[in-house]
Design a protein around this ligand. Structure first.
Ligand SMILES: [Zn+2]
Length: 105
């Protein structure tokens, strides 16, 4: 024997989208009125689809934020490279100067 609840819960997404055939829709509605497990499953599905929309908005926010952070990190990297280059050239100039100074003494 097929479990009615399984069938109804499989049909729930279609029921929520309102694309069930009239006779199937009636079957699902009748069952939902008499079955707590399935009507709870329907409520959960409704809630989770709402949550999903909120969730994907949040993902958009986060990825926009991450893009900003990436650009920031790139800036920091470039800045560090410049500082490192400046530091290296200072060291070279200083050692050259001290070499000259050592020679002249
Ligand atoms: Zn049921």
């Amino acid at each position: 024997m097929m479990n009615k609840c399984d069938i109804v819960q499989d049909l729930l997404p279609l029921h929520i989208d309102g694309i069930l055939r009239e006779s199937t829709e009636r079957f699902v509605k009748d069952h939902l009125m008499n079955c707590n497990a399935c009507s709870n499953a329907r409520i959960e599905l409704l809630n989770s689809s709402g949550n999903w929309e909120r969730h994907s908005e949040r993902i958009h926010e986060i990825s926009a934020q991450q893009e900003g952070e990436k650009a920031f990190i790139e800036d920091v990297k470039r800045w560090r490279q410049r500082v490192a280059l400046a530091f290296i050239s200072i060291v070279i100039v200083l050692s050259a100067l001290s070499w000259f100074a050592g020679k002249s003494f």
